[in-house]
Design a binder for this molecule. Structure first.
Ligand code: PMT
Length: 400
């Protein structure tokens, strides 16, 4: 067994066609040398049999809270104490709702309320159910409580449609759980807040002021931080970027004001903050309630300043917190970036080059220079944004 790997694993299974994949998950953990106990709902047992579960896990299935065994034991408490971690796969909309709201009405939900160990869930349901506001709200609640959400993936669904809702493959769930327990991860136990993408400032219901940020840089940073063990909250403006990393909690916003609210909410707990979003500096003072009609004369818009999120977080920086900003300059690059570094109370700033071809907005590559508080300047070549993110995170880890 790998060092740091969980010895005792509980797999919770709920009613859904993906329950058959939980059998592979049991096998993967067993093959890795873990002892596995399974807790299933009665609906799960419509899809897989107790005999299969018990044969694969080599342990008695726990399903009925009131079944008396020969030895006196309160299973939901003894299982909670025994486990090093618990994984619910597949996790139906029903169990997600119960977990988020503290409902305990069967063996699985009762155990989930009692357990205080790392908890992973792999949602699986129809894409429309997954997109439902209540399900999303429940998932966000669970994530805020520290639960690790793995997937779901996009693809063919049992109901015959295609979309997001398919349970992640057992191998991916296994890797994510084992990765979490790996001792080598330098940011294990750290919380990070990352911003990505543009903000859209509404002019009227159909128009906005935006910019060319694609979110690629911010998503790459969030993924590298999560891969290094951090629990990441990624606050992103409108973007087509996606991530499957289970340690990233994604919060979608549209405007600078919404991004500010989200950052305020998550910054207090964050050990690391990296602001790579291209936040609008100005927003229309009074967005028109109806579409502005074209007329012969010109159109004047009054713009008001948005809150500088990074400066505000820098001002309220607490001991031990590490704050990194970005700078996008078209002239006096170094001097302007250095001023931002000090004015916004940052630990270091990442200056994008706007002069290098294929660097900055929307490209897959970026050319950056890191400027430290002590004046040290570290330039990098033009690189893939994932590699740029690795350099930034490595720089941070060296200082942290
Ligand atoms: O998204 P991509 O297409 O991958 O492009 C990546 C990027 C070029 C957008 C990214 O690398 C980048 O440079 N982001 C910061 C862009 C920017 O707004 O720079 P700035 O110099 O205007 O702002 C300085 C810092 O203050 C930034 O960290 C910014 O997030 C922050 N800021 C700015 C304004 C504001 N109201 N609030 C802020 O927090």
């Amino acid at each position: 067994m790998t060092e740091g790997a969980p010895k005792h694993v509980i797999i919770g299974i709920t009613g859904g066609i993906a329950a058959y994949k939980a059998m592979t998950l049991i096998r993967l953990f067993k093959s890795a040398g873990c002892e596995v106990k399974v807790v299933a709902t009665t609906n799960a047992l419509e899809f897989v049999t107790p005999l299969t579960i018990e044969t694969l896990s080599q342990n008695a299935l726990y399903c009925d809270t009131f079944k008396r065994s020969e030895q006196f034991d309160v299973h939901h408490i003894s299982h909670a104490d025994w486990a090093d971690c618990m994984i619910v796969a597949p996790a139906s909309a029903d169990i997600i709702g119960k977990m988020a709201n503290g409902i305990a009405d069967d063996a699985l939900s009762t155990l989930l309320l009692a357990i205080k160990k790392p908890l992973f869930i792999a949602p699986a349901m129809n894409n429309k159910m997954y997109a439902n506001e209540a399900v999303q709200r429940n998932l966000a609640t669970l994530q805020q409580q520290g639960c690790h959400i793995i997937g779901p993936a996009e693809g063919f669904l049992a109901c015959g449609t295609t979309g997001k809702g398919r349970m992640e493959e057992p191998e991916k769930i296994f890797d994510d759980v084992m990765g979490y327990f790996s001792k080598d991860l330098p940011l294990k136990g750290k919380r990070a807040l990352v911003t990505a993408g543009p903000t859209y400032e509404p002019i009227d219901p159909v128009r906005f002021i935006g910019n060319h940020s694609s979110g690629k840089m911010g998503f790459a940073l969030a993924e590298v931080l999560a891969d290094k063990g951090a629990d990441v909250t990624l606050v992103t403006g409108p973007t087509v970027q996606t991530t499957q990393q289970s340690h990233i909690h994604r919060v979608d916003v549209t405007t600078a004001a919404q991004m500010y609210e989200a950052c305020l909410k998550y910054s207090a707990d964050a050990d690391i903050i990296i602001m790579s979003a291209a936040v609008a500096d100005y927003t229309p003072a009074a967005p028109a309630p109806e579409k502005i009609k074209k007329n012969d004369s010109s159109l004047q818009l009054e713009l008001v300043k948005t809150t500088d999120i990074l400066a505000s977080l820098g001002k309220n920086k607490r001991d031990g917190q590490y704050i990194v900003g970005f700078a996008l300059e078209t002239e006096n690059e170094l001097a302007n970036a250095q001023t931002k570094l000090h004015n916004k109370n940052l630990d270091f700033i990442v200056l994008n080059s706007t002069k290098t071809p294929k660097s900055g907005f929307n490209y897959d590559t970026n050319q950056v220079t890191i400027i430290d508080r002590d004046g040290k300047i570290t330039p990098f070549d033009l690189q893939d944004k994932h590699k740029v993110a690795q350099n930034i995170v490595d720089h941070l880890i060296a200082k942290f």
